[in-house]
Design a protein around this ligand. Structure first.
Ligand code: MLC
Ligand code: AMP
Length: 491
């Protein structure tokens, strides 16, 4: 990511970050990130791909820590700021993090690591006291970041990307979506996933633009920021557009007209991370005057397919492969399907991740023998534009843009003393894409509200079921396997 820092040096006084009423320049980012690097390098000249986990609120400090880890030669492991302790612990221990950087507001949840024998707990304030150190040269094929993603295994997997991977993911988007230093974007997405980190934050800073942070997401505040007239690029998941539309519709016509006017100055609005319902796209066009650009990506590959910046953006379609991305639609035998036939999206190119952290078998299984990454998404080429038809596994749920594993939730539910068996599925929902729901077979009467609280102590809120159904037995096929399509019908 060297080029990110070199570019920053070219525009030192330009505003990079806006956080509330505070403005931070590229120069300030460089200075603060160097303090972070120097502190981390107190006992060595190069972190040599040591994992550095960090739980820092979205804003200037988050970016300075991320840059500081990269500049010191470490692998950045951003922690989700809303995770309960067991989910944080899983990521910290799975990556064998050596350092844990913690913002003040998260010190109490991570307190069990304060006097850990193998993990160095670092409070944000400590960086002020670092002594300047020379920064190491970093080969681009070294690991840069690990993000966790849910899949068809019960526990999330760490996706390791190299500096080459990240640079390629960024360059592709900067070119395709015509990013420039004039761009000003709102960051309201979580910063432990590729959408918020790469598409919004890194693309904007790579281009010398400005990123304003809003956390947590609040539809009313988004419109207030729109009205200030500084933004010209906006990116979000479909659920956020749905929520913005609902908010907009609650306003009186005069305010709606003002907001509509404030959206005229945007050059680009993008949706991704989940299928954008055509109804949401049409409604947003009516409200904002903008035809959303829909694109398709994945933690393992960055962005792969996009509707054009210039040219027809087709509703219900994800567009064409981005420059540098090779896409194949293959059948179950690994053969290319004929035009118009559905196949699984396979991807090759420099943006594709290196490996699942510590899981060589899972890595091997996710690639074909000739090096194509198997996404699990089924698509069809429809008159020059790709269209997603679904996924190859019913156990992967997309809700609010988050990928959620049904198996992971089932495993936690089964630990509850009153639950004998369970089945988790995603059911279609216009606002969330899919809603996580669970059918339970219980040994005694169960209070589902209490169960919700019990789950939230063990899993992120966005992964916990929204609805429970108590049944006598789960539907099964002749082999005894739970038939999830039958289960869906019960909801
Ligand atoms: C939160 N809630 C959910 C939920 N998330 N319910 C169902 N499904 C979900 N996913 C519940 C909360 O528990 C809460 O319930 C209520 O909704 C409001 O919660 P909230 O946290 O206030 O919600 P909100 O802040 O409005 O969150 C909505 C959101 C958020 C859309 C802003 O889900 C979000 O940030 N999503 C983005 C995820 C993302 O970045 N994905 C990209 C992955 S990368 P209660 O009962 O407590 O009131 C990727 C690759 C690519 O996919 O292509 O980009
Ligand atoms: P994640 O693992 O969280 O990175 O999520 C990646 C998954 O999100 C992909 O495999 C797709 O299933 C889904 N996805 C991303 N963008 C889109 C889109 N535009 N339409 C449909 N699904 C999408």
């Amino acid at each position: 990511m060297l080029q990110l820092f070199e570019k920053a040096k070219q525009t030192p006084s330009k505003t990079a970050i806006v956080e509330g009423t505070n403005h931070y320049s590229y120069q300030e980012l460089l200075i603060k990130s160097e303090q972070v690097s120097s502190f981390l390098l107190a006992e060595s000249n190069d972190l040599n791909q040591e994992r550095v986990a960090f739980m820092v609120a979205p804003g200037f400090d988050y970016v300075a820590v991320q840059w500081g880890i990269w500049r010191a030669g470490g692998i950045a492991v951003p922690l989700c700021i809303t995770y309960p302790f067991p989910s944080l612990q899983y990521v910290i221990e799975d990556t064998q993090a050596k350092y844990l950087i913690v913002g003040k507001e998260y010190e109490s949840i991570l307190q069990p690591y304060q006097n850990h024998s193998e993990i160095k707990f670092i409070s944000l304030e400590e960086f002020q006291n670092s002594n300047p150190k020379a920064l190491p040269e970093i080969a681009k094929d070294r690991g840069a970041m690990i993000l966790y993603t849910s899949g068809t295994t019960s526990l999330p997997k760490g996706v390791l990307t190299t500096h080459t991977n990240l640079e390629s993911q960024i360059r592709t988007l900067v070119k395709a979506w015509e990013w420039t230093s004039e761009d000003y974007i709102l960051e309201l997405l979580p910063l432990h996933h590729v959408h918020g980190i790469i598409n919004v934050l890194c693309c904007a800073l790579w281009s010398g633009g400005t990123v304003e942070f809003l956390n947590p997401f609040d539809a009313k505040k988004v419109f207030e920021i729109f009205e200030e007239g500084k933004l010209n690029v906006f990116m979000a998941v479909p659920t956020i557009y749905f929520k913005l539309i609902s908010e907009f519709e609650s306003y009186i016509p005069e305010r709606q007209a003002e907001l509509k006017k404030s959206m005229e100055s945007f050059r680009l609005m993008i949706s991704g991370s989940a299928a954008l319902p055509v109804s949401v796209m049409e409604k947003w066009k009516e409200i904002s005057g903008h035809y959303l650009l829909e694109r398709y990506g994945m933690t393992e590959i960055g962005m792969a397919v996009s509707n054009p910046y210039d040219g027809e953006r087709r509703a219900g379609h994800i567009g064409q492969p981005l420059p540098g991305v090779e896409l194949g639609l293959l059948d179950e035998d690994g053969k290319k399907v004929n035009a118009g036939e559905p196949g699984e999206i396979h991807i090759k190119g420099p943006s594709v991740f290196k490996e699942y952290w510590g899981k060589p078998e899972a890595t091997q299984k996710s690639f074909t023998d000739d090096g194509w990454f198997k996404t699990g998404d089924i698509a069809v080429l429809d008159d020059g534009y790709y269209r997603i038809l679904g996924r190859d596994s019913i156990d992967i749920i997309k809700s609010g843009g988050y990928k959620i594993s049904a198996l992971e939730i089932e495993e936690v539910l089964r630990k509850h003393p009153s639950i004998k068996d369970c089945g988790v599925i995603g059911i279609p929902n216009e606002e969330w894409g899919e809603l996580v729901v669970a059918a339970l077979v219980t040994s005694e009467k169960i209070d589902t509200e209490q169960l919700s609280g019990w789950m939230r102590e063990r899993m992120p809120a966005y992964k916990t079921p929204r609805r429970y159904l108590i049944i006598d037995d789960l539907p099964r096929n002749a082999m005894g396997k739970v038939t999830k399509n039958e289960l869906k019908k019960l909801f």
